[in-house]
Design a protein around this ligand. Sequence first.
Ligand SMILES: Cc1cc2nc3c(=O)[nH]c(=O)nc-3n(C[C@H](O)[C@H](O)[C@H](O)COP(=O)(O)OP(=O)(O)OC[C@H]3O[C@@H](n4cnc5c(N)ncnc54)[C@H](O)[C@@H]3O)c2cc1C
Length: 389
Amino acid sequence: MRVQVVIIGGGPSGLLLGQLLHQKGIDTLVLERKTRDYVLGRIRAGVLEVGFVNLMREAGVAKRMERESFIHGGTVISYEDMQFGINFEALTGNHVVVYGQTEVTRDLYDARAAVGAKTVFNTEHVEIHGADSDAPYVTYQVDGTEHRVDCDYVAGCDGFHGISRQSIPLTVRREYEKVYPFGWLGILSETPPVNDELIYAGSDRGFALCSMRNANLSRYYIQCSLSDHAEDWTDAAFWQELKRRIPAEAAERLVTGPSIEKSIAPLRSFVCEPMRWGRLFLCGDAAHIVPPTGAKGLNTAASDIHYLYHALVQVYETGETEGINRYSEKALARVWKTQRFSWWMTTLLHRFPHQSEFDLKVQKAEIAFLRDSRDAQTVLAQNYVGLPY
Ligand SMILES: Cc1cc2nc3c(=O)[nH]c(=O)nc-3n(C[C@H](O)[C@H](O)[C@H](O)COP(=O)(O)OP(=O)(O)OC[C@H]3O[C@@H](n4cnc5c(N)ncnc54)[C@H](O)[C@@H]3O)c2cc1C
């Protein structure tokens, strides 16, 4: 079998790239290790930059998103006795869109199926061969049968635990990592969100986030210990702890209910350089991870896809290789800015073990500066709504 681009990983990065390339008549094969239902069952991101939404439009898959998503023109920051809003629209003229990653992925799978583009699920032993040659190919197994697909390019969109990054030799690859000494315990509940906008709360008991998916589906997180297990947290204990960390008036009006999903995610910053090796291009979580505090994971995956999509269209339409030659450099320049922002938001709002009295005073002063300075708020807002591609 031969296709122009093999895409390893059927998460949002791989599917979005596949759909964009399809619009330009470029043939792709998506190889996904799990089933479609398994991928759709993963509850993850929910805050999208307008750049992401525009890519969905360009891919022709934004209709349901335009109908069902929510525009958020700002957010609330709370820290001990300080509570204030950051008005993205007033500060930047821009906003973010709330629409779950599950829905994005569903729309992309439906669109892929509707145009008859090829996806193979339940793939095992995926291997990339000859990425540094002019004739790369990928082998994989399904139900014990070996398959081979020849291609021009390979897009490694297989997430943090995928094989694409590992295919770049250690002599070429450099990895940068920061692991945070806490995790996020998150729940999804069929209850109305406590607030129209997200609430980011720092407190002496640790961080909490009030987020949402729709008018009757809320997503809440609390900072937890890395040694905690989600199954040890009863719903009642979760709600009680959340109420102690968010502003009192929000705690009073919080509607609680049974959780329909509960999980713990560790927090990590990670970047792999370069993001290209020969004819292999890494995109999204395969190349970088951020702590979710700034809502940048999925959005940074989308900016990679933007650069790679344009680079591939350029090479297929004009033969010009400038885009693919500069892919890694362009993507990484934006990746490191989103890394900086995510690290900063995480440091600003979480309690760290061994934080001294001095550290806490500085943290509080930084929040007060943010509350009082329009310039500081503008910097936050610019990063939150998304830096330009
Ligand atoms: C628990 C959790 C919560 C998160 N919350 C947020 C949030 O609130 N906001 C935010 O912006 N981001 C969040 N993120 C990050 C966001 O979900 C990711 O950045 C996003 O999923 C990246 O998309 P991706 O397609 O690059 O990778 P993934 O979504 O990981 O998709 C990769 C795909 O590749 C497949 N795969 C892996 N290995 C192979 C292989 N060998 N062969 C074939 N297929 C393979 C996987 O099954 C998967 O379907 C969260 C992440 C996690 C884990």
